[in-house]
Design a protein. Structure first.
Lengths: 304, 536
């Protein structure tokens, strides 16, 4: 049975039901403690990213030439001015991590937006029309999926040229088939339902049926996939940065920081550790949050 | 039959030395040998492996830069400087393997065969294994007219024009002598490529087995000529050499620290302290005659003005640069010829760091607001540039101070070389390592141009200066060393004044050597030898 709230056009939602749905969702979400912690960490990261210029003690690209490879402040040779130490060029690691949060979140957001928009468009068209349109689109998606994702991203970046924007486009293209498939499956599932048939009989156009009637009911799995892709995107961008194909210097992107510090793993472990921890924490938080979203949005899991 | 003999041998060995433990020298290499014929490669790792197996006509003194006799006992130069006559050593034995047993010692036929293969595209062996001889083509092909046998132990090399660096070039590891008899045997057997896969040399070690990308095993060649003449430095002293291949520098160091390899090549310079803190491993420091440079592209308008180039040179804090990039093991210099080599102009320092003066010069040249440019960073680690990207970031920050906005560009190494040589780099890092002890190599390859204006292949900025070319040509055509030193000084001064490149310097290299290893001397030129090395 379809939820009555989605039957009504989105332009004029019934206030009570929308708020109720949100409240029910939050109650479900809150039950998962990991998800709440994840959400808190993400909120904190967003805050850090937004307030980066205020929070960072130094300019992330300034090279302090009298303070090369200074250990974190709590170690004997550490200096209070550089809480997490400095890298080989004397740049403050904490400041770079703080500014790096901006890049990581930006990468995640941009990639998911591009992939989600593209994937939904393709998936809905494919699932709604079926027939040869579906066959052609899905075979193309299969071809993209047949490549190991990082390899394909590498090839795309090699063609487009290294840089943060190109890396984001490449990762979005690689992730996009997942959204397309998911959207297509949901649309095929929904399009034979009574409410869709009813809307069709009432004279709704194809576009209206696709976007207004069917799509809102397919969003739950897409949101979950989007959240999980957010972390994949950050990881892939870090990997590209690590291989020298992502963000270009002196951008303080976490993956690039990790790659630059590799040779100091024995002599100055802090230079490698902190960017690695930053990536780990962020990805873990987003994944936990994504799991919680899935549990809260999936009706089958909700009752179980 | 073979097995029986082997068993007998093993039993005899066991009986004769019941208490002595077999001495196995283990070496951690940074890459796999790509071929087993030195002619076919210019790769340093391959040269390290093959340097144990093959000998050249002459060699470089261990740990030094003097040329000494090897397969040639002596040589003479004709009056016009065009003919070099080598008197070859007699009674030098070839190694053998399962498919080949030599019937005669080394002689002039082998030398003629070795060079003929690389010179003459009609030679039956020319096309075997691809027909590409990088070192020979780059350094000798244009100058060598003929190699002829005078008698069994005399060979004459005729040049097309006088070449001061000829003897030095002959010491290059890629010009090791291969056996003509072995080549003929393999040709007759229908497997000519075996010549390049199963090496037969005259050196102190012979190949026992190679596991692709994992391990090279060498056995001592007891009949090597060095042992026969009682030269300890050319005699294999260990019972086996095992070269384990691990690509990652940190992994190689860990293996050396754990005692898995007694010699660990090329650890990260940054890990020197870790090695020094260890009780079992020492960091052996060796100067590397290499020069790293930042080339200005003369096709770019701002760089045609000497004031701009000098300003940019003065804008770099070279002291900090050398300290950071070469992990404290670099040398601060403004001379193109590195301090490890004769002919270096030790009185030429880098341009003095003075951002104010740099700004003034830029303003004088009409760039008071600065300009935008690219710096190309080499993507691989080389002795002259261990970390190109980090170097570029320092330059980026320094030049930003004087208003020059830099974006950093890099490509995969092969593509980088190709694009840089095509003149695409606005400001490009480039550099090289001397293969043989003659100061002409880097200035010639990286800075000269022809009278028609075409530049040397590695002159990526297309700098062309008549006075510099004249001095270099003159220095290359005479053999008196003192005169040559004076001329190379002059050439280096011209480079310093004109600033077609900023000399970035070069670093010493370190090798992690276990304290149980005695007598290992890393080579300054070419590859280090494991003969004369013992393990306690």
């Amino acid at each position: 049975m379809a939820d009555p709230a989605t039957l009504t056009p989105a332009a004029e939602p019934e206030r009570g039901t929308a708020r109720d749905a949100l409240r029910a969702f939050w109650a479900d979400f809150r039950r998962n403690r990991g998800a709440v912690i994840g959400l808190a960490v993400i909120a904190l990261l967003v805050l850090v990213a937004l307030l980066a210029p205020l929070l960072a003690p130094h300019d992330p690209t300034q090279q302090f030439r009298d303070a090369l490879l200074v250990p974190p402040a709590w170690q004997p040779e550490g200096q209070g001015a550089y809480l997490l130490g400095t890298d080989a060029l004397g740049r403050d690691i904490l400041s770079r991590l703080i500014f790096g949060a901006r890049y990581s979140l930006l990468i995640g957001l941009m990639v998911v937006t591009i992939a989600l928009t593209g994937g939904i468009t393709i998936g809905v068209v494919s699932g709604y029309f079926g027939g040869w349109v579906d066959t052609v689109i899905m075979r193309i998606m299969d071809v993209i999926l047949a490549f190991p994702s990082l390899l394909l991203a590498l090839v795309l970046v090699a063609i487009l040229g290294p840089g943060l924007t190109n890396a984001m486009v490449a990762i979005a293209l690689v992730l996009q088939p997942h959204f397309a498939r998911l959207a297509r499956a949901s649309v095929m599932n929904e399009k034979t339902r009574e409410y869709v048939v009813a809307a069709r009989i009432a004279g709704a156009s194809n576009l209206r049926l696709m976007l207004r009637t069917i799509l809102p009911n397919c969003l739950a799995p897409l949101i979950v996939q989007g959240t999980l892709s957010f972390s994949t995107a950050i990881l892939d961008a870090a990997a590209l940065g690590f291989l020298g194909l992502g963000a270009q210097p002196p951008t303080p992107e976490w993956g690039t920081m990790l790659a630059d510090a590799r040779e100091f793993i024995l002599r100055a472990p802090w230079v490698v550790t902190f960017p690695g921890l930053a990536i780990l924490t962020t990805v873990l938080a987003i994944n936990l949050c994504g799991d919680g979203l899935r549990d809260a949005l999936d009706p089958r899991l909700k009752r179980g | 039959m073979n097995k029986f003999a082997y068993l007998c041998g093993a039993a005899a060995l066991a009986l004769s030395a019941p208490a002595a433990q077999a001495q196995v020298l283990t070496v951690c290499l940074e890459g796999a040998p790509e071929t087993f014929n030195p002619e076919l490669t210019s790769n340093g790792t391959t040269a390290y492996v093959l340097g144990q197996i093959y000998d050249g006509l002459v060699s470089v003194e261990r740990g030094g830069s003097e040329i000494e006799p090897a397969l040639a006992e002596s040589w003479e130069v004709s009056e016009d400087g065009l003919t070099y006559t080598f008197a070859l050593r007699q009674g030098v034995a070839w190694q053998s393997n399962d498919s080949f047993t030599p019937s005669r010692p080394f002689n002039a036929d082998d030398v003629v065969f070795t060079f003929h293969r690389m010179m003459d595209s009609e030679d039956p062996f020319y096309e075997v294994s691809g027909g590409n001889y990088p070192t020979f083509n780059a350094k000798l092909a244009d100058n060598l007219a003929s190699v002829e046998k005078v008698d069994d132990y005399t060979v004459a090399f005729t040049l097309t024009k006088p070449m001061a660096a000829f003897i030095g070039t002959m010491a290059h590891g890629s010009l090791g002598v291969t056996s003509a008899e072995y080549a003929q045997a393999m040709m007759d057997a229908g497997t000519p490529e075996q010549l390049d896969l199963a090496p037969i040399g005259t050196g102190p070690f012979q190949l026992q087995a190679y596991q692709t990308d994992a391990m090279v095993r060498l056995l001592p060649f007891a009949g090597t000529w060095g042992a026969e003449m009682g030269d300890d430095l050319r005699t294999p002293m260990v019972d086996a050499v095992v070269m384990a291949i691990s690509g990652d520098a940190t992994v190689r160091l860990q293996r050396a620290l754990a005692g898995e390899c007694l010699i660990g090549l090329y650890p990260n310079l940054a890990d020197k302290e870790t090695i020094e803190a260890s009780d079992t491993v020492e960091a052996v420091q060796t100067p590397v005659p290499s020069t790293g440079m930042l080339h200005f592209n003369f096709a770019e308008e701002p760089f045609q003005d000497q004031r701009v180039r000098q300003a940019l040179a003065q804008a770099i804090d070279m002291e900090n640069f050398v300290e950071v990039i070469y992990s404290g093991m670099g040398h601060l210099t403004g001379a193109v010829v590195p301090p490890a080599l004769w002919g270096t102009a030790s009185d030429i320092g880098p341009w003095e760091y003075d951002p104010e003066e740099a700004k003034r010069l830029l303003a004088e040249a009409g760039y008071e607001d600065g300009f935008e440019t690219e710096v190309w960073a080499i993507p691989v680690s080389r002795p002259y540039m261990p970390n190109g990207r980090r170097a570029a970031e320092i330059i980026q920050a320094d030049w930003a101070e004087v208003g020059v906005d830099v974006s950093i560009v890099t490509y995969e190494w092969a593509e980088y070389i190709q694009r840089a040589r095509a003149g695409e780099a606005k400001v490009g890092m480039f550099g090289g390592i001397y293969d043989f002890p003659d100061p002409s190599q880097i200035p010639n390859n990286y800075l000269t141009c022809q009278p028609d204006g075409s530049t040397a292949p590695s002159n990526i900025g297309d700098w062309c200066d008549d006075r510099f070319n004249e001095v270099m040509t003159e220095a290359g055509s005479i053999t008196d060393q003192d005169e040559r030193i004076a001329l190379y000084h002059e050439a280096q001064q011209i480079v310093h004044d004109e600033v077609p490149v900023i000399v970035l310097g070069g670093a010493d290299t370190i090798t992690a050597v276990n304290t149980s290893v005695q007598g290992y001397v890393p080579a300054v030129f070419g590859s280090s030898r494991l003969s004369g090395v013992t393990v306690e």
